[in-house]
Write a protein that binds this ligand. Structure first.
Ligand code: MSP
Length: 693
């Protein structure tokens, strides 16, 4: 294999990977450290898929706080991406770890009244111990206090210093300890750091600077020439916007007189290295830069997953550092949004920080992984509440996918002596389902490769709905009562079970434990799961089907608190004067009221419905990945332009209807005084998808 040399031979300055390797480059080694479930990974699985190399990283987490759901999210989706890619035959490597140097950590250790080393050892272990509980299988866990990493950081610094790209000067600036960097005046809001809500401290000191400004033109050109390098697009635009201002040189040292918890500068031991300069280098260092075997193999096939708050360090500092060090630039920067809780930012002071293990207790590890991957539209903020987890669990896992698995197995068991039935001739309905799966599998793969995990899962749920519909249409329970339909019954149940097998395969990267059980329930314990299995028609007939137990038993949603149960009196008439005339008979129970699901939506597009002067057709983001199509009778009160960007209240569990041939999947709430309609507008800062109670 010659990935690296192939690349260094390319006459381009910014090193990107081509989309497809040659078949001779196929890696016939099992993915490292990953136990692909059901059976050992078989190289034969690769025959239909040309292999590529995929190195995925999470940020290394600061050890000044305990792991929370945000850290868990990035690490879980990194694990899911890598499992998917391995399943499809790619040679993968997955790195995570902890960021342990710098002022923030030193201050936390001092507060805890222990030495920094003791402190980081304890906290780093907390992260390391958590990941197996969340079914995360990383190949390596790096710590920035590792001796090897320290040596490598010093080697890079010395090299750049020898090149004349590091100089010393006196500097005065505003320093934010939370961000661990100097801030420009222009970044402050009301004199405070916008991320940490505290005024930065004024520091004046001699320091070393990296000539980052020299790379500005190169960086702009590289970003402009490579559309897919930063995903989603909006973050690429943010970087280009930032680069419109002159790029400053980067302060890369801290005088030990102020703070000594860090890596010594190799050329002046009165200073330690700025924590971000040290931390970013973890990515190649973990692979054994400059000449380690893994480095040769996996660099620069590197995909960095990061949260939006660390875009600047990864999208600006990091490529400039790599360029200066002569290390090829990473292949992809995939930027996700933040989890907010009940519409508010997670923070220690609000006491709303979600511990991943608490949520695991409630729904189990695999459903938690599913929720996180499914409910965050990659790149956007998403809302985390226990209710939302349960709604997704009951709606999609219990009612749709779990129900499909158990009904297709139970019906086959009861009608075919506990075995997979023989498949008779297939008809139009089977061809249609097969076609939906053929294109569906490709679609899911495309979404995963494009970092749109939420869409991939939405599509898998859609495939499951297709199979449920197929079963309903064919009503095997009726066929079972007609002896002359036995062959047809076999075909229907075989087709359903076979489709379930593919769905289980597609979900195996997301819910490895649950899908391993499901694979066994299909009688497939002896069969390995590999990418070749992800095709319709491969289920062996006649295998014994063990008695199914529900994979996702329904969980009762927690009752809403008594205080929030305020009975609303429905109005007979919309005029305010009539509001008090409600009779006892018109009252509804609180449970009836809570059957209505009200959510905050954001109108992302809007147009008039053709040939109607009353109707507007809006696309409303409800935090579900795909916007809902909603038709409302408000065209006489609002123009489409006024609608776009508005926050609205949506009744989200109405049966879809068609109005003038346009699908409407909800209702936008308005006030109505008999003359005017006015949209009820929640505050702009509420995240789409937030429930209203
Ligand atoms: N140590 C640096 C990263 C250095 S990488 C070379 C750091 N650490 S952190 O622990 O503060 O944050 C790590 C990651 O967690 C970031 O990607 C950040 O966006 C993410 N999250 C922190 N809070 C989050 C949410 N509420 N939701 C989702 N991710 C969040 O920054």
């Amino acid at each position: 294999m010659a990935f690296h040399s192939t690349f260094s031979a390319l006459p381009i300055r910014f090193c990107f990977m081509p989309q497809q390797m040659e078949p001779s480059d196929v890696a016939l080694t099992p993915p490292r450290g990953l136990s692909v479930f059901f059976a050992d990974f078989q190289p034969s699985a690769l025959k239909f898929f040309m292999s590529k190399t995929f190195y995925i990283t999470t940020p290394i987490y600061y050890v000044n706080s305990h792991p929370h759901i945000g850290h868990a999210y990035t690490t879980i989706i990194a694990d899911i991406f890598r499992r998917f890619r391995s399943l499809f035959g790619e040679d993968t490597y997955f790195l995570t770890g902890t960021d342990e140097n710098g002022q923030k950590i030193a201050e936390s250790a001092a507060k805890a009244n222990i030495s920094p080393q003791e402190f980081v050892d304890k906290m780093s272990q907390e992260f390391r111990d958590l990941w197996p509980h969340l079914n995360i299988q990383h190949d390596q866990f790096i710590r920035t206090t590792d001796a090897g990493h320290k040596k490598q950081v010093q080697q890079v610094l010395q090299q750049i210093y020898d090149q004349g790209e590091i100089y010393r000067k006196a500097y005065e600036g505003l320093y934010c300890v939370g961000c661990e960097r100097f801030l420009d005046e222009s970044e402050l809001i009301d004199g405070k750091c916008p991320d940490h809500q505290v005024p930065p401290q004024q520091h004046k000191e001699e320091n070393y600077f990296f000539k980052m400004s020299a790379y500005q033109d190169w960086l702009i050109q590289s970003i402009e020439e490579n559309e897919d390098w930063v995903y989603p697009q909006r973050y690429r635009n943010e970087l280009l916007q930032f680069l419109k201002e002159p790029l400053q040189d980067l302060c890369i040292s801290r005088p030990k007189s102020r703070m000594d918890w860090g890596i010594d500068l190799p050329f002046d031991d009165n200073f330690v290295t700025y924590v971000w300069f040290d931390a970013l280098l973890n990515y190649p260092n973990a692979l054994g830069w400059p000449d380690g075997e893994n480095y040769q193999k996996y660099w620069p096939h590197v995909h960095h997953l990061i949260g939006k708050d660390i875009l600047k360090t990864h999208g600006i500092y990091w490529p400039c550092m790599l360029k200066a060090a002569g290390i090829p630039v990473f292949q992809k920067l995939a930027v996700h949004g933040h989890w907010v809780v009940g519409g508010s930012k997670m923070s220690k002071s609000l006491g709303n920080v979600v511990n991943p293990l608490d949520m695991k207790e409630k729904v189990g590890v695999d459903p938690l992984r599913y929720f996180l991957a499914r409910d965050m539209s990659f790149g956007e903020d998403a809302n985390f509440t226990e209710e939302l987890v349960l709604v997704r669990y009951n709606g999609e896992l219990a009612n749709n996918i779990g129900n499909l698995i158990s009904r297709s197995i139970s019906l086959s068991r009861s009608n075919f002596e506990n075995r997979i039935p023989p498949q008779g001739p297939i008809g139009e309905l089977e061809s249609e389902l097969r076609q939906q799966f053929e294109s569906g599998i490709e679609q899911v793969k495309a979404y995963v490769w494009g970092f749109q995990l939420h869409r991939a899962l939405e599509h898998i749920a859609l495939l499951s709905s297709h199979v449920n519909k197929y079963i309903d249409t064919n009503a095997p329970w009726k066929l079972a009562k007609q002896p002359e339909s036995r062959e047809r019954l076999g075909t229907v149940l075989y087709t359903a079970l076979d489709a379930v097998r593919v769905i289980v395969g597609l979900l195996s990267s997301v819910m490895p434990d649950k899908m391993k059980i499901a694979w066994g329930l299909l009688g497939l314990n002896e069969k390995e799961l590999d990418a070749n299995q992800l095709a319709i028609g491969l289920l062996p007939e006649g295998l014994e089907l063990p008695k199914p137990t529900p994979l996702f038993p329904k969980i009762k949603e927690t009752t809403k608190s008594e205080e929030s149960k305020v009975v609303q009196k429905p109005k007979k008439d919309s005029s305010p004067a009539q509001a008090s005339s409600t009779s006892e008979d018109d009252l509804i129970s609180i449970d009836e009221f809570f059957r209505t699901s009200l959510k905050v939506g954001k109108v992302v597009a809007c147009e008039r419905v053709r040939k109607s002067d009353k109707l507007l057709h809006s696309q409303v983001d409800l935090g579900e990945g795909t916007p809902r199509s909603i038709v409302s009778g408000i065209a006489q009160f609002y123009t489409p332009e006024e609608m776009v960007g508005k926050r609205v209240v949506v009744v989200s569990n109405l049966k879809p209807v068609k109005l003038r041939g346009v699908l409407s999947e909800g209702m936008i709430l308005c006030t109505d005084d008999g003359k005017n309609l006015m949209i009820v507008e929640p505050p702009q800062e509420v995240v789409p998808g937030t429930e209203i109670r």
